[in-house]
Design a protein around this ligand. Structure first.
Ligand code: BGC
Length: 731
């Protein structure tokens, strides 16, 4: 229940210049056994302090949602924390997403650019007597130590300052209709990394390397004089000359400034996060030349708290690193919403990136709750005509939908159903899913084609015209192919929910034949690209699969045995090959080390997945700074092929959540062992195989209440729960 009672939204009288607003209320607890409950939300992001002590461990509350329609609030039990007599409650609110310059810029009608607070304290005495203290003009507001905090630009903190000269808060008239309890996973500090190296660049900059591209912030302990400054800049890489490189952050300043008080003190930012591997010490009181000097400095990894459920390992260390890079891509970009990147002035819930990576994500971590929240926002932001915005929460001005981006509306909930057997998400999202299919249907004048509008296409594919980000594949071919694919998902979801889907079955048949007539006129697409064939095959749109795969194989071979695909084709590429008898080529693409390939970036030292195959070129120069994230997970989608094909762990769609498992590992002579597992809702699902003494030994684990179909080269076996071992000659 929303317990805000008589509380009112409040703000500070003056306009915010970037500083966090401190809201304060002194209250009394007169009885030892009173229970004291607090409910809070804000426009901006907040932290709660009771008598000077921070309450809770969550960051960036109330989280990021489509605020005008859905704003989360959080509950705190202060019973054990209050003191008898007078207590001081302070809530600091910074701009966060809601009042950020980007949010305000994109959103034609921002709720506010000034931090606002809504809070209610409830003190319940043992006799049942309740005192309610809601925010109102009797609360005080003013400035505190956070002098500036903005998600893209960073934080400035003055440790010498504490909240003073507070004046009565100003009431803002707003309703409570959009308030909802916390739905998503909390955002927390999940791990801590130590500096790996301290070095000087040719320019003379002092740089600390944490050895891993990550999302979060730096904490430090320092002994200083009052007024001394700490100033850090953040970067993902050094440039070609070995100097600190921040150009790819675009307008995001990503700075940390701290003004010291006297003595030894510790600090970590409160209201910002950065995507970085390196920091440059622009100012630091004292010597910072060795790892010992940097002993008090840490990188804190921050993301939505998700349970790790998937593990993968094989005999090739570069593939293992690639897998780790995909994991780190998820850690860095699953911060309350699935983002494109964590470092530059973007960090938005791009739907296309989310759908490309969702299967991998759902195996690595339990992301069911995470997606419930985000998909609810998607439904809330869905337009009246069924269109899905490019980013969710929707803060961009464009009102169209793009193919392969909007399809996240179908692909993501369906994946939650497959990986976790989650029916509720299908029920919740069904109207949103259907609405988007209807949107596609209503575009242009042929209901079976989507051949109008603007689309991102095979984003950042290597066959793009110079100067363009859009790969060569025909945009409307992609649009119609995804239209068919999403319609096929809608049909499956509808059937699971017991609905009559005849109308959509007819629609799908119509789309399929229109697709062939329009885009495969001479038996092939124009232009004849890898991605066109990949999606044609994967989405089951081409009648002669065998011939199609042969043609795709030809194209790859002619292209020096390399992929050329972007966001649209890449996630399906290896699946299409290995499902259709070209497993050796699939492995060759995975294991390829020269540019362009997945392992090219690994060999170049990547610790996350790059936005571009050539983010850093073989000569060390960079892709254009205006679009070059080194932590963009889309191509990390390849990890689902590691689980699903190398280890051969898949769920049967008919009995999802791994209730019935299909084990079908595909081995390759270049790999000596594979070992993978997914902790399903039923228990541990595991598969491993090992090549030794002319034999391959397979071992499969099936949890209680589950069954599996095991497919090895020569046999199909039905098994029940337990561990099943098979030995085969190594052909
Ligand atoms: C983002 C992408 C996103 C794209 C849309 C970019 O700026 O970083 O990952 O999907 O825009 O084309």
């Amino acid at each position: 229940m929303k317990g805000f009672g008589e509380a009112k939204w409040i703000r500070r009288g003056q306009d915010c210049q970037g500083e966090a607003t401190v809201f304060q209320k002194v209250f009394s607890v007169n009885e030892e056994n009173s229970s004291v409950l607090l409910q809070v939300t804000s426009h901006g992001i907040y932290e709660v302090y009771l008598n000077g002590v921070r309450i809770g461990v969550d960051y960036f509350t109330p989280g990021w949602t489509s605020y005008a329609k859905r704003l989360q609030y959080q509950d705190y039990d202060l019973t054990e924390l209050v003191t008898l007599g007078e207590n001081t409650l302070e809530i600091h609110v910074a701009r966060g997403w809601c009042c950020s310059r980007r949010y305000a810029m994109g959103n034609n009608n921002p709720i506010t650019t000034n931090p606002e607070l809504l809070a209610a304290l409830k003190i319940v005495n043992s006799d049942g007597n309740i005192t309610e203290i809601g925010t109102g003009s009797d609360w005080l507001a003013g400035e505190g130590p956070v002098r500036f905090a903005e998600i893209y630009d960073g934080e400035t903190y003055d440790a010498r300052v504490s909240a003073a000269n507070l004046t009565p808060a100003v009431v803002v008239e707003r309703g409570f209709e959009n308030l909802i309890p916390q739905e998503g996973e909390p955002i927390r500090v999940i791990e801590e990394l130590r500096p790996q190296k301290v070095f000087r660049t040719p320019k003379g900059e002092t740089v600390i390397d944490f050895g891993q591209n990550l999302t979060g912030f730096v904490s430090f302990t320092v002994t200083a004089k009052a007024g001394d400054c700490v100033e850090f800049s953040h970067a993902e890489t050094m440039d070609q000359e070995g100097n600190f490189y921040t150009e790819n952050y675009r307008s995001a300043k990503a700075k940390l400034n701290y003004i010291c008080k006297e003595g030894t003190q510790s600090y970590a930012p409160h209201f910002v996060f950065y995507g970085f591997r390196y920091i440059r010490a622009d100012q630091w009181p004292g010597k910072l030349e060795t790892l010992e000097d940097a002993a008090g400095i840490r990188a804190l990894v921050v993301h939505s708290q998700m349970k790790r459920i998937g593990h993968f390992e094989c005999s090739n260390p570069l593939v293992n690193r690639l897998y780790e890079n995909a994991l780190w891509g998820q850690r860095g970009n699953y911060l309350d919403v699935p983002t494109d990147c964590p470092q530059r002035d973007e960090r938005l819930g791009w739907t296309g990136d989310a759908q490309a990576f969702v299967r991998t994500a759902s195996y690595n971590y339990d992301v069911d709750r995470f997606f419930h929240k985000w998909l609810h926002d998607m439904a809330a932001d869905q337009r009246a005509d069924g269109g899905i915005p490019h980013v969710v929460p929707d803060i961009l001005p464009w009102k169209n939908s793009s193919t392969a981006w909007g399809d996240a509306a179908l692909i993501c909930p369906w994946q939650m159903y497959l990986t976790y057997g989650d029916l509720e998400i299908l029920r919740d999202q069904f109207e949103c899913m259907r609405g988007y299919v209807e949107y596609m249907r209503s575009q242009g004048d042929n209901e079976f084609l989507w051949n109008t509008g603007e689309h991102y296409g095979d984003w950042v594919a290597l066959d793009a015209e110079p100067g363009s980000y859009k790969g060569a594949t025909d945009l409307y071919l992609i649009a119609t192919a995804f239209y068919a694919y999403s319609t096929s998902i809608l049909i499956k979801a509808g059937k699971v929910l017991g609905r009559d889907m005849t109308e959509y079955e007819a629609l799908l048949a119509g789309i399929k034949s229109a697709f062939l007539q329009e885009f495969w006129k001479d038996g092939k697409p124009d232009p004849d690209t890898q991605t066109a064939w990949i999606i044609g095959i994967y989405f089951d749109l081409l009648p002669d699969k065998k011939a199609a795969v042969a043609h795709l194989t030809e194209l790859i071979k002619k292209g020096d045995g390399a992929l050329i695909t972007g966001f649209v084709g890449t996630p399906y590429l290896l699946h299409v090959l290995s499902e259709n008898g070209e497993e050796e080529l699939a492995y060759s693409l995975l294991l390829r080390e020269e540019y362009p390939s997945w392992l090219y970036s690994v060999k170049a030292g990547a610790t996350t997945i790059w936005e571009h195959w050539d983010g850093i070129k073989p000569d060390g120069s960079m892709w254009s700074p205006n679009m070059n994230s080194l932590n963009h997970y889309a191509y990390g989608a390849v990890a689902d092929w590691m689980y699903g094909v190398m280890a051969g762990i898949r769920t049967d769609d008919e009995q999802p959540g791994f209730r019935r498992i299909l084990f079908q590992p595909i081995t390759d002579r270049r790999i000596d062992f594979v070992k993978a597992s997914i902790e399903s809702r039923y228990g541990l699902v595991a598969s491993e195989w090992k090549r030794e003494d002319g034999k391959i030994t397979y071992r499969f684990t099936v949890p209680e209440d589950c069954s599996a179909l095991i497919r090895l080269d020569d046999a199909e076996l039905e098994v029940g729960a337990g561990v099943h071992v098979f030995v085969r000659a190594d052909a």
